[in-house]
Design a binder for this molecule. Sequence first.
Ligand SMILES: [Zn+2]
Length: 398
Amino acid sequence: MQSRNQRRGLNALTKNGPVVVRHLRSRGEIADALPGFAEAHVARFLATGRISNLIRPERRVFLAELAKLLSDSGWMNLSRLLVGGQPIAWNYGFQFAGTWFWYQPTFDLSLIHIFLAWTEGQQQLPSRSVLLTCDDGPRSTLTDMLPVLQELELSCLFFVTGASLRESPCMLWHEEMLLMFLTATDACRLDLAEISVAAHPAGRQEKQLLWWDLVKKLSRYDESTRRKFVEKIRVQLGLPSNWSAAYTADLAACRRFLMLNGDELHSLTAAGMCVGAHTISHPMLSQSPEELSWNEISESRRGLESVLGERVWAMAYPFGDLASVTRRELEMAERAGYKCAFLNFGGGFGAQTARFAWPRVHVVGNISLPEFEAHVSGFYRWLREGLLGEQAVTGLGG
Ligand SMILES: [Zn+2]
């Protein structure tokens, strides 16, 4: 018999797709499902400020070995509750002599998986859902953001680049270049005949304009050629090879400008956060030749999946403004196997939102509620498209 509360809970879940309980008993099925169980357990504990015993590899090995042993005798039972095909609750338990043993249960906190199922047309998105995302993957996501997210019991989708597939942390090329300009004296000169650049920028504003021009021009080249240009720029700006020591010696600057490395990325997912792709080397894709854009989009997915051992289904376009994304990139993101991809502007969310041109609203400390609402409702987008003749975001995606 179901209590009224259970019935109400079940009805609420059914809105998100069919609710099914599956009992896994065979060695193979259990081995496949155990990583998801462990991940959800760690995330649930961290969200309440506790450390799951499953954070320890020995504990996971113990559970896997125990499952093997007991599945042979038919006592093992890993139960999963699936909503719209997505597991949201697990119980690692045993059943023998007609009795169930509730050994180690857990459940998924994340709305992100419901969003994924929704993009696949498998279930409804709860009304007024909010998906939190964050780009680039600086170390501060782990040191500064994660504790806040955990305290508030929230999950976030972090878009990271190929920099996070490396063992040693590094800066993103365009940020490194900007810091170089800001570090250089006002007497600096730049002469790069190959890309038709000859300038002696004076003052912050001129430096920033030149930097943005270089971001566009250097996005035509592959990562290693781009790095060579950045090195040439350093020499011409008169900066010593250790110019960045001022940043890497400062802890706060490290957290802001150095990207997560592979190990730190694992810490993020072990804490129940979700990872999406942000290309390999963060070029302005609209400026890159076709083959380069394709590699950036498809290889970042492949690289992240092999490092994380889990599916990567979302992407955010680098820079993500109207100038850096064209219809070509939207098509590539779909062809590369993503389920959705995000821009960095816009608003007006709803069932008709183009899956590969998802708008996003920047939330900053001083944003007012009416302003936020004007973004979310699409009022600003409508204003820009209607009055300024900006290309329609939905047209870009259609
Ligand atoms: Zn970015």
